[in-house]
Write a protein that binds this ligand. Structure first.
Ligand SMILES: *Cc1c(COP(=O)(O)O)cnc(C)c1O
Length: 442
């Protein structure tokens, strides 16, 4: 076998990668759709957005879709719409992008963090029940890095304790859980469509639900121009029509909506190519020690959708305990863009510990809570080790076998010659991962 590149051998990735990582795919169809909005001077209108909503609702299989200016606002509106308010607790995995939970602060609610499961990197269903209290209102199911959260288990717990379920689909547009699209299981789902995501249209977000009251509450909260009798017929909302109840303005920009309509038309077919490419890559690595695919088992009828920000599961014990930083450096030398880690657990950030954001004279995390929910952060064991458990994996957008094979060969080489690396291993404890991990263009 070829000598490791880090020890002076030739790189495994030799071929030009061309546009295999370029995303999203933008053609004249997208450009013209944006120009139409510009030329119509309809950037702040809602006609294009409403068409996009209708198409998105029928694509995902939900009755209602509501466009937002970003995923963060869609998530906040979803939290409000299921009734999260003063003193309520939202259960959410700690390893996620902050918008999965942080907007609950502005609703005078708080977050109870839960651990992730080592193989799915999604919330561990076995780590939820002991965190539930009288004040628990909802579970946030984040389909992390494209992996469909085990919804059967989540829904069972929600039913037992009478909790709402919100899905954060920002990483997993088009992913299936047991044959059904993620985002269709909970009471409401919200998602980002910013440019780094798999479904990428620019700054935009979407909320979907089958529940008329949730839909209307989300409208009333931040869509002042639709907060009228054309949309609103829920008794509690009628007296307050005309102004946004949240005091927010969350309308989607129509240039994003226009791109969204075009992207949606091609999304399934482009996802299919990503899935073929990513599954091919992982199939090539099935017997390679140290690294395992972050994907549902074959035959489970669950998929990774657009494979947003794909991860590999690192098993140092299969490589004599090789430090993950040494492992990824050896891969870098072979021509692989990778680094260890995922989203740093949010509970370790001071914003969730002692920051008094709203001048309550108390940390915002516990300003309205009936218990010190920060104490529950102590039992997040897997999440705190994220930087030694996962690494970033090339996110192939095109199914080009030769290039993918070269990338797989890099992992095979390093896995086969890890003992060479152990000999040369030097301590490297650099902090990896980030609060805002996403890739804009690949
Ligand atoms: C990107 C992201 C969001 C926030 O969406 P924006 O459109 O950036 O506001 C929410 N949740 C998760 C898991 C994300 O990755």
């Amino acid at each position: 076998m070829e000598k490791l590149a880090i020890l002076g051998g030739e790189k495994a990735v030799k071929t030009d990668v061309e546009d295999i990582f370029t995303w999203p795919i933008i053609t004249d169809e997208d450009r013209n759709a944006v120009l139409d909005v510009l030329n119509d001077r309809s950037m702040s209108d809602t006609g294009v957005t409403k068409k996009f909503e209708d198409e998105f609702a029928s694509w995902i299989g939900k009755k209602y879709a509501l466009g937002f200016n970003n995923g963060t606002s869609a998530l906040q509106a979803a939290m409000h719409a299921v009734g999260i308010g003063k003193g309520d607790e939202l259960i959410c995995q700690s390893n996620t992008y902050w918008a999965s939970c942080l907007p609950c602060f502005s609703l005078r609610a708080t977050v109870v963090f839960a651990d992730i499961e080592r193989n799915t990197l999604c919330i561990d269903p076995k780590d939820i029940e002991h965190r539930i209290s009288e004040d628990t209102k909802a579970i946030m199911a984040v389909h992390y890095n494209g992996y469909p959260t085990p919804m059967d288990e989540i829904l069972k717990i929600a039913e037992k304790y009478d909790l709402k379920v919100i899905e954060d689909v920002s990483h997993a547009h088009g992913a299936l859980y047991k044959g059904k699209p993620v985002g269709t299981f909970g009471d409401v789902s919200a998602m980002s469509m910013m440019s780094g995501k798999a479904f990428a249209v620019g700054e935009a977000g979407m909320l979907v639900t089958d529940n008329r009251e949730i839909y209307q509450k989300a409208i009333a909260f931040g869509h002042y121009d639709r907060n009228s009798d054309k949309y609103i017929d829920v008794d509690d909302l009628i007296p307050y029509m005309g102004l946004p109840s949240g005091g927010y303005k969350y309308r989607m920009h129509q240039m994003s909506a226009a791109v969204g309509r075009v992207q949606l038309k091609h999304y399934d077919q482009r996802c299919k190519e990503i899935q073929d490419a990513m599954n091919y890559f992982w199939d090539l690595l099935e017997d390679v020690p140290g690294i395992k695919a972050h994907r549902p088992a074959k035959g489970s009828n669950s998929t990774m959708g657009g494979w947003y920000n794909p991860k590999g599961l690192y098993y140092a014990e299969e490589l004599g305990g090789l430090n993950i930083n040494v492992y990824t450096k050896a891969l870098n030398a072979e021509g692989i863009k990778t680094s260890p880690g995922g989203n740093i657990p949010l509970h370790t950030h001071r914003l969730f510990q002692d920051c008094d954001v709203y001048h309550d004279g108390k940390p915002t995390r516990i300003a309205y809570a009936n218990r010190d929910v920060r104490l529950l952060d102590k039992s997040i064991y897997v999440g705190e080790k994220i930087n030694s458990l996962t690494i970033k994996i090339p996110w192939f957008k095109r199914f080009r076998k030769e290039i993918i094979e070269e990338h797989a060969e890099a992992f095979r080489k390093v896995g086969a010659q890890y003992e060479e690396l152990l000999k040369n291993e030097e301590a490297d404890s650099a902090v990896k991962g980030s609060w805002n991990s996403f890739e804009i263009r690949g």
